[in-house]
Design a protein around this ligand. Structure first.
Ligand code: PXP
Length: 253
């Protein structure tokens, strides 16, 4: 079986973070999205948080109108966000947990416990033709419930693995890696499409790319940070190359 293409979704939230630090309109996340696409991004991800700390409502509308690649609308499963998603009609949504006090999305959704709330959201968005992904830890009960409530996609939270590697905790990194690998394989057996994201950089994206079950990576903070040194276009090009190097190893296994 041929190894599927690994898509790169570029999350442009932190371009908006920099813009909002001063107010005004610069740097424009829509311009960043266009640059990322020209450099090889397969899609653009933007998270409209309840507090609008980075992406704002008009960014979502402008992104939808301006980009010619799939828009992945990251959102909490609230009535407000479902309404905006239905109005915007993005290609995809990724449902994430959201806490006001967190600096970034800290953990995955507890689908196993919150399925009563999540199931109707998955159904409503799917009926509108929007692909729904659930951002979860690579744990069997979460994966099983995601499949049970008919989410077509899960995005595996790989932040704990990236963090363990970054802090030199080899044992924890190995444990997290096994969880990711087993979780991705298990999700695939249940018919789920598998994505991954959170905390990825060139090195970790290259390693994750070796898992053939994973067909999309969503990456933001590292790309925007690295753009300070190399520019966004060059950074996306390098990330694409890292992912391709990892993917090429699958064929050699
Ligand atoms: N995927 C999801 C669901 C996320 O919440 C985030 C963070 O906004 C990302 C991917 C990207 O993570 P990072 O910015 O650390 O690359």
């Amino acid at each position: 079986m041929p190894v599927p293409h690994l898509r790169l979704g570029v999350n442009i939230d932190h371009v908006a973070t920099i813009r909002n630090a001063r107010g005004g309109i610069h740097p424009d996340p829509v311009r960043a999205a266009k640059v990322a696409i020209a450099a090889g991004a397969d899609g653009i991800t933007a998270h409209l948080r309840e507090d609008r700390r980075h992406i704002r409502d008009d960014d979502i509308a402008r992104l939808k109108a301006a980009i010619d690649k799939p828009l992945n609308f990251e959102m909490a499963a609230t009535d407000e966000m479902v309404g905006i998603a239905l109005q915007t009609n993005p290609y995809a949504t990724c449902l994430v947990p959201e806490k006001r006090t967190e600096r970034t999305t800290e953990g995955g959704l507890d689908v196993a416990r919150q399925h009563i709330v999540l199931a109707p959201v998955v159904t409503e968005l799917s009926r509108a033709g929007i692909r729904v992904s659930l951002f979860i830890a690579p744990e069997r009960p979460q994966i099983e419930m995601a499949a049970a409530i008919r989410a077509p996609v899960v995005e595996i939270h790989v932040g704990a693995w990236c963090e363990a590697l970054a802090t030199g905790n080899a044992r924890s990194a190995e444990t997290e890696w096994q969880r990711i690998r087993d979780g991705a394989a298990f999700a695939k057996t249940l018919g789920l499409e598998v994505h991954a994201g959170h905390g990825l950089d060139y090195a970790t994206a290259e390693v994750i790319a070796e898992l053939p079950e994973i067909v999309e990576l969503n990456i933001g903070h590292f790309l925007v940070g690295e753009s300070v040194f190399d520019g966004l276009s060059e950074t996306v090009t390098k990330m694409r190359a890292a992912m391709d190097r990892g993917r090429a190893k699958v064929r050699r296994l």
